[in-house]
Design a protein around this ligand. Structure first.
Ligand SMILES: C=C1C[C@]23C[C@@]1(O)CC[C@H]2[C@@]12CC[C@H](O)[C@@](C)(C(=O)O1)[C@H]2[C@@H]3C(=O)O
Ligand SMILES: O=C(O)CCC(=O)C(=O)O
Ligand SMILES: [Fe+2]
Length: 326
């Protein structure tokens, strides 16, 4: 008899060394740049975010996902904002995940974002707004440190993209339910992908599941740590640094015994912002690896791709005909 075994995703079980950054350390900017180049990922400790805000927000988010399905569905299907279950994006991707996606920019706020808040207590909305401000602050701080270390001029060129009111940032809360059967296998919670924005700031409860892909293609598990944040380099930062920083591929595998609740702030530039390699980092135009696109163009093209697609190809310069045929 032939027994067909379920393919188990390959990944290293031994934890890889994730850079741990204390933003108040005078050497932090050098370490941030190193981590963004080598891994596109690092952990932030000693961040000063009010622990009671985190605890309370997690309590309220847990209550939200425990609401009757009929109430949650009032804020769905996502447009892409609002409440979603299993389906991710518009191109048929699925995962073992329930989520809400909310605009951070109140001027761009969609009706589906408002619908989420209709089903939740006022305190939830207030805490979400405060949390988004805190995340904006942390994203700005990280980008300011990158500017200083790389000598990016004028000051604020990068960080203002997430700091200004028009920035197109969003917040996602993902809930991965535990499996009923204790013998159940791990499944894909959130399939492999890179984040399109400049950078993402992630926090989760203490349930494992997040994995990142190293440059050699091996997947490694990121040990969870509810007291820290994780920063993920996005596609836009890869383009602006002309490939110096790596937009890291990541995914979530579900845990069979415990539920995972994560919150991710995606720091995006204003919709009209032109994204291209920074001239102060790449003096010669012919050395640019990427062409210019507005964030709005890249974002709408991203929504035509599947989760795991290589979206940075949209930015890549076409090689001259003679070269591309070699
Ligand atoms: C399949 C998709 C979901 C996504 C939009 C996309 O077409 C490709 C990028 C996906 C992603 C990944 C990071 C964030 O979670 C997200 C909100 C984003 O900006 O890009 C999601 C999009 C989504 O779920 O709407
Ligand atoms: O839920 C997580 O821990 C990560 C999910 C993620 O990568 C995303 O929402 O873009
Ligand atoms: Fe992601």
């Amino acid at each position: 008899m032939v027994v067909l075994l379920q393919p188990v995703p390959k990944f290293k079980t031994s934890p890889v060394i994730i850079p741990v950054l204390d933003l108040t350390d005078p050497t932090a900017k050098t370490q941030i740049v190193k981590a963004c180049e080598e891994l596109g990922f690092f952990k932030v400790v000693n961040h000063g975010v009010r622990p009671d805000l985190l605890t309370k927000l997690y309590e309220e988010a847990t209550k939200l996902f425990a609401l009757p399905q009929s109430l949650k569905d009032k804020a769905g299907p996502p447009d892409p904002f609002g409440y979603g279950s299993k389906r991710i994006g518009l191109k048929g991707d699925v995962g073992c995940v329930e989520y809400i996606l909310l605009n951070a920019n109140s001027h761009l706020q969609s009706t589906k974002t408002t619908a989420v808040f209709r089903e939740t207590p006022t305190i939830f909305r207030e805490m979400v707004e405060e949390y988004m401000e805190v995340m904006k602050g942390m994203s700005t701080k990280v980008l300011e440190m990158v500017e200083e270390e790389l000598g990016i001029e004028p000051k604020g060129k990068l960080s203002k993209l997430v700091k200004v009111e028009e920035s197109d940032s969003c917040l996602r809360m993902n809930y991965y339910k535990e499996k009923e059967e204790t013998t159940a296998k791990e499944e894909i919670g959130f399939g492999e992908h890179t984040d399109p924005q400049l950078l993402s700031v992630l926090r989760s409860n203490d349930t494992e599941g997040l994995q990142i892909c190293l440059k050699d293609g091996t997947w490694v598990s990121v040990p969870p740590d509810h007291s820290s944040f994780f920063v993920i380099v996005g596609d836009t930062l890869q383009v602006m640094t002309n490939g110096k920083f790596k937009s890291v591929k990541h995914r979530v595998l579900t845990n069979t015994k415990r539920s995972r609740l994560s919150m991710i702030y995606f720091g995006g530039p204003p919709l009209t912002e032109k994204i291209a390699p920074l001239a102060c980092l790449v003096p010669k135009q012919e050395d640019y690896l990427y062409k210019e696109l507005t964030w709005s163009q890249y974002k709408s093209s991203s929504y035509k791709t599947k989760l795991g697609d290589y979206r940075l190809g949209l930015f890549e310069k076409q090689l001259p005909f003679s070269l591309s045929n070699i």
